[in-house]
Structures are given as structure tokens and as C-alpha cells.
Design a protein around this ligand. Structure first.
Ligand code: NAD
Length: 306
């Protein structure tokens, strides 16, 4: 397949590297000149549990330089950059091009639907992790999965082909018509741990230095799950709470991406996480005081002069 990765940071480069290794024609599209230059010059240095290697069969350019329509565009910018990135990448969007978002947060379907018909928009959730340590170098350790569906919940040949393609690259993908529950469960997890760490500058493990940390995280999970339920989405509060407790106990030194963004002076994905939950809560007339309080605090951090 001709695959364009729009937003080739940690996740995009990892996915792009794995798909190129499976012999697809992959183009990385990003605005980070240093990363693009490094990939063009030296290849993509990819480190996984299978070892470190250099992936050379990748093109790398800015979104507005790509002119050939792709079969599939995988969007992996941060959520607040999706629309600008797709607007700049119009050259890869042909009449048959499918779009896939595995980004965190809510609102990804609506953003992609501005650029393709609903049957060609796919959304989902992934548990693969990735880090980018320097230009041209990404790593992903451990295992992950992908669950996805089309935006209009139909099972299309494009969906089947995308699932096969991702499985062919060893990325363990299933088509799941119930993916909304998984998306909201991940939003609940991120609304709790990402925000608490971003505001307090605690690592995940630091949150259990007082009993308040875990209690606060679980209250946020309960609020987000209540909003999901009001929308008819069967998110499982006990499942998310168990994941939160596991992370608190086992991911002690981890700095969630929102904290990393705050420390680096970058804007966070708060609007797609707490922002979207609070908006949905207001429509459903549900009070989400903890989620809303954290939204306002992270907005203040985001608004500091950078
Ligand atoms: P990242 O910051 O490493 O990568 C984002 C990339 O998008 C950057 O390279 C940036 O230069 C690029 N970008 C910004 N504006 C652009 C534009 N206009 N056009 C093209 N490229 C542009 O982020 P990431 O960690 O790879 O995360 C990407 C998404 O995946 C986020 O929604 C995140 O929440 C989600 N996610 C991340 C992980 C993880 O482990 N990193 C896991 C699951 C989901």
C-alpha cells in the first residue's frame, strides 16, 4: 500500500517504520525539519524488543510537499494539529484515500470527517507505546494492540485491508465495532493520570505519596465514565480503575505525555481529553467538578507565555 504518516513523531515514526519493514511504500509527513533531514540522510533508527535497526525504505517530507495520493493516511499529530496537518497534506488526499486516527482523546472522527467521507474514515485506539529521543530515532518496547472501526460503523473492504496491513506489520490489530468503549476508557485513564501529573509535576508513582492522589484519580475516572454512560457507551469503570491502580503501582517513574509537554513548554492535548469530556458532560447535564477543575488548571499552564 501507499501509506502516508501524517505527524511522524514518536508514534508516527514507529508505525511508519514497522509498515516500511513490511514492504509498504511509506512517506513520513512532518513539520520537524531536523527529524525529516535525519531520516532522509541516515534512515530511521528504530529500537524495539527485536533490537535496533535502521529503516531506509522511507520517504520523508513536509505535508505540503507530498503530491501523490495515498491509499491510507495514518494521522499521528497531536490532536490540536490534526486539521492544519490535513489541510497542508491535501496532495495525498485522493478520492479513494482512507484516513485513520489512533490519536488519544475525543473529536478525532469529526476532525477527519472534514477531509473524507465517513466510510473512508477510521478511528480506534492503540496500546502501543513509543518515544522519540532525538531526530531520526524512535523506540517502542513491550507489546501493544490496535482496535479500530469505520466512523459510520460499517465493515468495509478498506477496513479489512487496513486491519490486514497493520497485522502484516506485526502491530496486532482487530476490527472492533465497540471501539467507542475502549476510546472512552483511555480518555478516562488519561483525564486522570495525565492531568494530575501535568498539574502537580509528579511522576505517576509520586501520585501515591499521599492517599489523596489515588482517590482523586479514581474520582476523575468515575466522572468520565458517567459521561460515557450518558452517551450510551458501555465504558467499564472497574476496568479503568484497575488500570489506574496498576499504573500507580508499576509505572512509578513514568512522566505522562501531558507532563512532558508542560515541561518542554509545548501545548498539551487537554482540549481533546478533559475539554471534550466537560463539553459532553455539560450537554448531558452531568457535573464533573474534578475533571473540569483540572481542565481550567491545565488551560492556565498552556496559556503561559512559551
Ligand atoms: P509526538 O509529539 O511525538 O509527534 C507528533 C508529531 O506531529 C511531531 O513530530 C510534530 O512535529 C508533528 N506535527 C505537528 N504539527 C504538524 C503538522 N501541522 N503537520 C505535520 N506534522 C505535524 O506525539 P506522539 O507521542 O507520537 O503522539 C501522537 C498521538 O498519538 C497523540 O494524540 C498521542 O496522544 C497519541 N498516542 C501516543 C502514544 C505514545 O506512547 N507516544 C501512545 C498512544 C497514543
Amino acid at each position: 500500500m501507499q501509506i502516508a504518516i501524517l505527524g511522524a513523531g514518536a508514534m508516527g515514526s514507529f508505525f511508519g517504520g514497522r509498515l516500511a519493514e513490511a514492504n509498504h511504500a511509506v512517506t513520513l509527513l512532518d513539520v520537524d525539519e531536523a527529524h525529516l533531514a535525519s531520516v532522509r540522510r541516515d534512515g530511521l533508527r528504530l529500537s524495539t524488543d527485536s533490537g535496533e535497526r535502521v529503516v531506509r525504505n522511507l520517504a520523508a517530507m513536509k505535508p505540503d510537499e507530498a503530491m501523490e495520493p495515498a491509499d491510507l493516511v495514518i494521522v499521528f499529530t497531536k490532536t490540536m494539529h490534526t486539521s492544519a496537518a490535513l489541510t497542508a497534506a491535501r496532495g495525498v488526499l485522493g478520492p479513494q484515500t482512507a484516513l485513520l486516527s489512533l490519536q488519544n482523546g475525543l473529536g478525532n472522527t469529526e476532525r477527519l470527517a472534514q477531509f473524507a467521507a465517513p466510510e473512508r474514515v477510521m478511528i480506534g485506539v492503540t496500546t502501543w507505546p513509543a518515544d522519540k529521543s532525538e531526530p531520526g530515532r524512535v523506540s517502542s518496547h513491550g507489546n501493544g494492540t490496535i482496535r479500530l472501526m469505520t466512523a459510520n460503523a460499517t465493515r468495509t473492504p478498506t477496513l479489512e485491508q487496513t486491519v490486514d496491513t497493520l497485522n502484516g506489520a506485526g502491530l496486532t490489530c482487530t476490527a472492533d465495532p465497540d471501539v467507542w468503549a475502549a476510546i472512552w476508557e483511555k480518555v478516562a485513564f488519561n483525564a486522570a493520570l495525565n492531568c494530575l501529573c501535568a498539574v502537580t509535576q509528579c511522576t505517576v508513582g509520586d501520585l501515591i505519596n499521599t492517599p489523596d492522589g489515588e482517590a482523586l484519580a479514581l474520582k476523575i475516572v468515575a466522572e468520565v465514565v458517567a459521561v460515557a454512560h450518558a452517551r450510551g457507551i458501555a465504558a467499564d469503570e472497574a476496568h479503568v480503575a484497575a488500570n489506574v491502580r496498576y499504573a500507580l503501582a508499576h509505572h512509578g517513574t513514568h512522566r505522562p505525555s501531558m507532563l512532558q509537554d508542560v515541561l518542554a513548554g509545548r501545548r498539551t492535548e487537554i482540549e481533546a481529553i478533559n475539554g471534550a469530556v466537560v463539553e459532553a458532560a455539560h450537554s448531558a447535564r452531568i457535573a464533573v467538578p474534578y475533571t473540569e477543575g483540572l481542565l481550567h488548571l491545565v488551560r492556565l499552564i498552556d496559556a503561559r507565555p512559551h
